[in-house]
Design a binder for this molecule. Sequence first.
Ligand code: CP
Ligand code: NVA
Length: 304
Amino acid sequence: MSNPRHFLTLMDFSPAELQQIIQRAIEMKRDHRAGADQRDFPGAVLAMIFAKSSTRTRVSFEAGMAQLGGHAMFLSPQDTQLGRGEPIEDSARVISSMVDIVMIRTFGHDIVERFAAHSSVPVINALTDDYHPCQLLADMQTWVEQRGSIAGRRVCWVGDGNNMCQSYINAARQFDFELRIACPAGFEPSADLVAANADRVSVVQDPFAAADGADLVVTDVWASMGQEEEEQERAVQFAPYQVNAELMSHAAKDALYMHCLPAHRGEEISAELMDAPDSVIWEEAENRLHAQKALMETLLLANR
Ligand code: CP
Ligand code: NVA
């Protein structure tokens, strides 16, 4: 097919389509736990290109494709010609001529856009420097399972204005919630993205103001992959931005908190919250599997 659908950001699907994927993920999770045979795509091949490390993304995509009856292939730049300078466009033409669907984790968002523009099969963004939309599918699934619709709710992002934060901005629009972001000065998300969503999204520096009355509080690491050399300096600037019991006491009484993981206990989140028995963080991580199975099913069916 010449124009496959891709999932590079949450904006590639309509709000109704995103809701459908979440509902399907919940259904597939239930069926999987009941031992159902979900091998509806025998012989389907997923190419997984990882230019950055991963635990959850790799395991969930690889296990998910196996459960759908297909096969997943791990490709790293170190072992392929991608790492030796073969153009993204040529790689996309060749790889997509041999597989049914592609997943890419890389640095610049333009890399997944260029790959998708030259791919004959669907391409999924499995994290770039700018966005991590697959994580948002899992987070929204987790919210829906715990609380129902998120429309009209208040969500608080605390920490870096990074790829996860920017994906929450897209989610605020697509899932229709209010998003209050608290970042240290100089670590805000893209000003253009914030401005384009100013009806739902605001940015402040005070984490307590952002958390006030929030139904959901979300955070992520202070230094993302590729920013390792900034870690120490960031730890100083981000110190007041920890999600802990004190911050949660400003949120709504039954507020949930989420973290995409990996987490650093005692930095962006307290050990107490990470290890609380009623935390939904582990469910959130598991939901990567179910949400991405629903996503792959949607894209594979659309490209048949
Ligand atoms: N949350 C997430 O994407 O985790 P990994 O980096 O382990 O894939
Ligand atoms: N913001 C983090 C997310 C990891 C899943 C990073 O990009 O490293």
